[in-house]
Design a protein around this ligand. Sequence first.
Ligand SMILES: [Zn+2]
Length: 333
Amino acid sequence: MNRRTTTPNRLTRTRASRTVRSAAAVLGTVLLGALTGCGGSGAGSSTAAAADLVSTAPAGPATSAPPAPSSSAPGSASASPSAPSSAPASPSAAEPLAGRTIVLDPGHNPTNVDHPTEINRQVDVGNAHKECDTTGTETDAGYTEADYTLDVSHRVRDLLQALGAKVILTQDGDRPYGPCVDERAAIGNQAHADAAISIHGDGGPASGSGFHVIMPAKVVAGKADNSAIVDPSHRFGLLLRSAFHDATGEPYADYVAEQGLDTRSDLGGLNLSTVPKVFIECGNMRNAGDAQRMTDPQWRQRAAQGIANGFTAFLTSGGTNNLDSAVPSSGSS
Ligand SMILES: [Zn+2]
């Protein structure tokens, strides 16, 4: 996404236009910065808040690549400590995320581009009305953000399921368009997810590279009240930033955010979430170097590993959805 540009025509692209665009790459360098994006206008950004968090960033997960699950057939007769077998969902060394529910939101939809009317419909995100969804960006070579986010989400799902988590995708390329951003949030809420993420690739200026994590600003407006998730989401965001950086080597974005962190109040998926949630912009698909990496399946696997590690770090360090019973705290916690 590129919140620095407001582009009323960015949703009108067609598949045909992509073909033309590759022949107009030079023009595209200028034009696509305006055509692309998933965040829309930049209202509500609070980089100062993100900067505040930088100085308090914890050390992050110790390892970038925890031991992978050994195989599809875990050692059956190992001398593990005896545990009550009547608790199938309790975490174990092999399945530290057993009993946890995680929602992955692959940004955009591969066929949004064919449904401009539907995705342009305005939906209520609490403090504003925004498009139901957007088409997202793509590389010069035509690798779309929607294809990228779905591929990475599948990889993250496999990794998290191997750790015992229940994983829900908001879309799996199985809808003609969307879902709308408000529904993307609602899916996590209704699942009472322990944590959720919206996975994206950015459409920033071609000269900019790197990744960043977007955390929710507090929004209490209209039907939005995410006040209970701000703190845990920020903690998740910090852990995710470290894990993703360690796993991929991708630098923090040099064209947006601060030290790889941003805080925003203009994203429906964060405004309307009642479960801990962040966005990650894994790289800038409009930048040649990032585009090359993001197009590489091996890099995408590292990206997925970083995201999975971020979830694991959060959920095994106290991160949980206790929010259903949480009472707004009177003191610091
Ligand atoms: Zn996006």
